[in-house]
Design a protein around this ligand. Structure first.
Ligand code: ADP
Ligand code: ZN
Length: 615
């Protein structure tokens, strides 16, 4: 049997999938043929299988260098569930346990061994590695070798010397989701890859729906979003620790089950929060960007950014934690102009106690500012969001409207706003350029608050003149008028709204002004999943949780949501049919097949007798 045929068998029998995802097969073929590989694939594309399948087809051992303990624990846990002999070696084990693991390893107990890079050059590990039949060295998160990335990890520089220590050079494969050219060059050079097969899978994640919600009150926006996504599991990212605490409190007060997570919390509390979220006990986690690296929960249905991050790299990485199981998921960014000010401040201050020389500092600072500009463009553009992301990562999408983001689905219209524009200008003139946007909007809307009363602004003739427009529209119009030089916003901490160069012609109404306006469609927004039997899904998911708790592992390691869903759709009645469910391989059939078959049968019988209960 050809090796590639064996690879397909492993895919079906061990992992329970019937087809490769884009990019997987060619990478696997290259590794099997003995070549080095550099594979750049986005999160969720299925990188692990690309080296795990060759590991099971090739004779010998596969070493996987990986940066994070939690990540390897999940990976090894998932492999064991599929009946693969795997182990990890890292500082969560005692020296004695490590010796024991290496002893077993040298006697051929494991096909796949995960190891942190710092361990490689230790005497003990080298001794083991020099006499073991190592067929493949895999470098996971390979961008950690590059100083261009944010995740530079000095230990990664030991990988190449380690490989040279081996009596026979194994094939080396490197995997990352970071695509920039500088990082790729570093990976090729610092790992000394030899004539590698290079694979780049598109960066698109078709199952993610992107949306930006602008203006209005952030808290109200968030609450509305969470109402729309009730019962789903997701992450809310906040820009600051304080933000995490306030938002968590608000959600809990509103009766939403949520936990907070940031680096300033005690280790124990933080670990508990993470466990609650990963094991599906609490559906929503509110976190700073400290949360996520190394967390491998695949059934995250949404990621909301309460604040805009500093660049699209961060945004796409964090948002990309949604939908790793391939299910439909939503990535929503809440944007307010104050986000730009906060990020500018953070960028400038991050440079202050930096040891870089002045010239380098200037370059680094300028790059950071440019990245922020691009991020802001994403948050404010009327163009397709997916296209913007893909272009940023160097791709040229064939279609510049994806049809699956909030910009593409916004219903556009145009209206004549010549009269309204004139009224806005006249109001700004009457207020003599002494107030900010918020106050101007309040006057136009005719809001009577203490401040307005005190300043006698309610006596202006413009007071309440655009009361029917609504705040969102007014703000949008003012933004457009600023962009057209009709109005001007001053610099500084409290920007003031003044008349701009083209104020007078607008006041006279010389030329009609048209503005595009958007109506957000709220229905038919996401490509709907096929309707499935929710009651059965809930019952199977309860069974999964029971099994997970018995084994002290997160539920998605037992079976992913995608697998449960497929099971609900197919409702297998026999072990043979069970094997056709995506994600059920021979080992999982053996371990859990009967329990799930029983539950399905019981459910069907109850339904026939007309008393299927909800759990
Ligand atoms: P990455 O490391 O690229 O972020 P993973 O390797 O964690 O992605 O894979 C993401 C999910 O996709 C996992 O649940 C995995 O089991 C699943 N998966 C991988 N390959 C396939 C495939 N060919 N068919 C179906 N599901 C797959
Ligand atoms: Zn789009």
């Amino acid at each position: 049997m050809s090796q590639l045929q064996s690879a397909r068998d492993v895919l079906a029998n061990v992992f329970g999938y019937d087809a490769f995802r884009p990019g997987q097969e060619s990478v696997i073929a290259a590794i099997l043929a003995g070549r080095d590989v550099l594979a750049v694939m986005p999160t969720g594309a299925g990188k692990s299988l690309c080296y795990q399948i060759p590991a099971l087809v090739l004779p010998g051992i596969t070493l996987v260098v990986s940066p994070l303990i939690s990540l390897m624990q999940d990976q090894v846990g998932a492999l064991i569930q599929n009946g693969v002999r795997a182990a990890y070696i890292n500082s969560s084990l005692s020296e004695r346990q490590i010796s024991l693991a290496l002893y077993h390893a040298s006697r051929g107990a494991y096909r796949i061994i995960y190891v942190v890079p710092e361990r490689l050059m230790t005497l003990h590990f080298l001794q083991f590695a020099r006499q073991a039949p190592i067929a493949q060295v895999v470098v996971d998160e390979a961008h950690c070798v590059s100083q261009w990335g944010q995740d530079f990890r000095p230990g990664y520089l030991q990988i190449e010397p380690f490989i040279r220590e081996l009596p026979a050079r194994p094939r080396v494969s490197a995997f990352t989701a970071t695509a920039t050219l500088d990082v790729r060059k570093d990976i090729l050079r610092l790992l000394a890859l030899q004539n590698p097969f290079e694979a780049t899978t598109g960066f698109d994640r078709p199952n993610l729906y992107f949306e930006v919600r602008r203006g209005g009150d952030r808290d109200a926006q968030l609450m509305r979003f969470l109402q729309e996504h009730r019962g789903q599991s997701g992450i809310v990212y906040c820009g600051t620790r304080k933000g995490v605490e306030e938002v968590t409190r608000m959600l809990v007060d509103e009766g939403i089950s949520a936990v907070g997570y940031h680096a300033g919390m005690g280790d124990e509390v933080r670990q508990q929060a993470q466990d609650d979220f990963v094991s599906d006990r609490v559906p929503v986690i509110v976190a700073t960007n400290a949360f996520g690296m190394g967390i491998d929960k695949s059934n995250v249905s949404f990621v909301v950014h309460y604040n805009m991050p500093k660049d699209l790299e961060s945004y796409y990485q964090e948002a990309g934690r949604a939908g790793r199981d391939g299910e439909e998921a939503v990535c929503c960014l809440l944007y307010q102009p104050s986000d730009v000010r906060l990020n500018t401040f953070l960028i400038e201050h991050s440079m202050e106690d930096n040891q870089l020389e002045a010239q380098t500092k200037r370059v680094v600072l300028e790059r950071a500012r440019e990245r922020l500009r691009q991020m802001t463009f994403y948050a404010t553009t009327k163009g397709c969001l997916r296209t913007k992301i893909l272009q940023y990562f160097g791709e040229t999408p064939q279609n510049t409207r994806c049809g699956h983001c909030s910009a593409c689905l916004a219903v556009r219209g145009e209206r004549d706003v010549t009269r309204q524009a004139g009224q806005i200008v006249s109001c700004v003139l009457a207020m003599q350029g002494r107030y900010g946007k918020g106050t101007v909007v309040s006057v136009l809307l005719g809001k009577r608050d203490a401040r307005i009363h005190e300043r006698k602004l309610d006596r202006l003739s413009a007071f309440g003149c655009l009361r029917d427009e609504g705040e969102g529209n007014l703000r949008a119009m003012i933004e457009e008028l600023i962009a057209d030089d009709v109005l001007e916003l001053t610099q500084g901490e409290y920007p003031l709204l003044k008349a701009g160069a083209r104020a007078m012609e607008t006041l006279r109404g010389d030329e009609p002004i048209h503005m595009a306006f958007e109506v957000q469609e709220t229905t038919g927004r996401t490509r709907r999943q096929p309707v499935i039997d929710k009651v059965l899904f809930a019952r199977l998911s309860a069974l999964r949780r029971e099994i997970a708790e018995e084994q002290h592992v997160p539920p998605f390691i037992i079976l992913t949501n995608a697998t449960l869903r497929d099971m609900v759709v197919k409702q297998p009645a026999s072990r043979r049919e069970m094997l056709r469910v995506a994600g059920i391989g021979e080992n999982k059939l053996e371990r859990y097949g009967d329990a799930f078959l029983r539950e399905i049968k019981r459910y069907q019988a109850e339904r026939e007798n007309g008393h299927a209960r909800k759990v």
